[in-house]
Design a protein around this ligand. Sequence first.
Ligand code: NAI
Ligand code: SF4
Length: 442
Amino acid sequence: RIAWVAARKGTLPAEQRIVLRRVGLINPDDIEEYILHDGYSALGKVLTEMTPTEVIEEIKKSGLRGRGGAGFPTGVKWSFVAREKSEKKFIICNADESEPGTFKDRIILEGDPHSIIEAMAIAGYAVGADEGYIYVRGEYLLAQERLRRAIEQAREMGFLGKNIFGTNFNFDIHIHTGAGAYICGEETALIESIEGKRGQPRSRPPFPTTHGLWGKPTVVNNVETLANVPPILLNGADWYRRFGTPSSPGTKVYTILGNVNVTGVIEVPMGITLREVINIYAKGMKGGAAFKLAQTGGSSGSLIPASLQDTPMDFDSYAKAGVALGSGALLICDENTCVVDLVKVLMNFFRKESCGKCNPCRIGTQRAYEIMCAIAEGRGKIEDLDHLLWLSDNMYLLSNCGLGQTAGTPIKDMLKHFRAEVEAHITLQVCPAGVCKIKAFA
Ligand code: NAI
Ligand code: SF4
């Protein structure tokens, strides 16, 4: 059942495709092709051969961790919802993929929409929910169209609706589309948005597992996380644990961008290194330039310097090295990239996407952007660097949600790994990469 598919026939080594195993092989608009490729067999197996507790235990045993960025254990999350005594529970698929440079979920939704429907139904059975929502990014029009068609087909074939597989299990799914706000990918802002309110994060705790949609216990899982569920239940947790590392089993879908020869999407085992991604899958740096840094997980990820190129890419190894794996974007930058310019762009993104609910984030991201502009234009002062760190610490400690808490991460990484380059902008009025238009040299 594992498809070993060469990403580009004969030119790249085989990827390890679990999540993407059907993408590009089947017609996503045809439910029969999905069924021919094991589709809905995991749901059938679960409903007819396993109890909800057994399903959760198998997912726990597999070690599956959330692929949206945070790596929370999926089986544990499901067990939190399953133990709640509530007449109503929900499953939400977070498909509001908005992290810059991340388009892995889009590929899954467009190429294999039924896998998400099947996984959500399994999650519903496991935790006792009969209703699900897929919150799809507003710009993902093709994904929305394919999901709508897939839901209709699944209803017609009896995989959604009442008495699925002749059992007393009922489950149905709605689609809710986003409207361009990055913050609606934060799970509680997403829930507010479905409820028809302004998309602003709630305070956590309580977590959605106890107080989610309409105040009811809710599972919120990322698209890629859910796409792992049917193959785990078909093949077993032990099979899944053969891939990846002991603490981060399975594969990871990455989007590769930047100054490399081959960009695109790959699915590889957790634990391979950045150097392997660049040299093997991206076929090296463009024009033979030197690698400078990679940015993981879009704007809320980390800046990975060359010294961490050989760190295994899994949740724990990265955390131990003080960096975050994030959502799966790998923006690879060469020596001609200016770190000041890069962080300035990221701060601009955060200040625009901050929902404005809390001061540390709303004001902190704006101030950080202004300081980065000053440094990039040669107006910076050396004491600005301490101010930037102070802002980052305060945003981390005092912000209400992940956006504000992680907005300062690129600043901290910049000053930890590239301080001399930043100082050159201030003290020498020079942009070593030749990117910033410093006024003294303009
Ligand atoms: P988090 O670590 O606070 O939570 C992760 C998940 O575990 C959530 O679903 C949360 O409800 C659950 N959880 C954590 N502790 C819990 C507890 N005690 N009881 C019950 N449930 C619990 O991370 P957060 O803030 O939800 O997400 C941050 C991540 O999102 C970052 O890693 C970032 O990279 C990623 N992200 C991804 C984007 C994308 O486009 N894929 C966009 C923006 C951010
Ligand atoms: Fe809004 Fe930022 Fe506060 Fe999050 S941290 S609630 S995005 S203002």
